[in-house]
Design a protein around this ligand. Sequence first.
Ligand SMILES: CC(C)CCC[C@@H](C)[C@H]1CC[C@H]2[C@@H]3CC=C4C[C@@H](O)CC[C@]4(C)[C@H]3CC[C@]12C
Length: 281
Amino acid sequence: MLPAVVKLCCGITYPHLRSMAGNSSLCESEDPFCPSLRTKHPFMPHRSDVRPVRLREEELSYVQQGQEALRKALEIVEDKNGWKTETIQENGDVIYSKVLPGGRKVFRLEAVLEASPEVLCDVLFVRVEEMCRWNPSISHIKVLRSVGAETMVTHEVTAETAGNLIGQRDFLSVRHCCKQKSRIYLAGAATHLESFMPQRGFVRAEDGPTCIILQAVDDGSRRSRFTWLLNMDVKGWLPKSIVNQALPRAQADFTKHLRRAKSTGSSERGIRHPGEISTPL
Ligand SMILES: CC(C)CCC[C@@H](C)[C@H]1CC[C@H]2[C@@H]3CC=C4C[C@@H](O)CC[C@]4(C)[C@H]3CC[C@]12C
């Protein structure tokens, strides 16, 4: 697995980003990944329209932070040692936990969802701002910066829902998406934006380094293996036991809402894929 991690780290899978960063070996390979991402971001070069675009220092730093988040998150998730089964849900989803050196407890949810990795990527990454429509635990998500099609800075605010023992939190995160072989990786980590300091009345929590791995269960399948590392510092003064109960619960709830998300998202946007309408994920 190490070579894969190193590859990701070096940005070998991002020919267009390397080009944007000033490397002269531009867009040699056709990248069929997420065509919707390209149309969404008109500044993404098409093959016939390839020209070097220099990333500003700040943008380049977000790309690097995203790649670094993925590398660190994969290191945690792929280390097979020390994981304990936390809960087995009725639907078969399993949450494992592990205590990292330093004492933080992280959670890994494993599920199978009835959608292809591309559809899940669309719901979770491309249309991230729509997440609060299908997930009542989140009250607001805004993309503050986009760098190419695969990196963005987002601001998220959790909802003040009854039963949320943690209380409302906000997050400022770099989010990064990349495809390698049959997998799509969504990574994230807390970041900074000068114009976006913690706001009064909010406790700024930190999400990450975290990642979601989406992998087709078998060739041509519309089912995906969904592996999600939840690695969160909720901040504030709270007993560890409360936090360590709330996090896996939040993870299970999120996955429950995600299973219903695609139908809502598609119909609201008027996009209909045959056979995909009301199928839960
Ligand atoms: C217990 C309290 C403090 C937190 C509960 C809400 C948690 C589970 C919510 C808040 C913000 C959410 C994240 C917001 C944005 C993204 C980016 C997306 O591409 C994958 C999902 C991901 C990573 C969400 C995962 C779930 C998340 C971390």
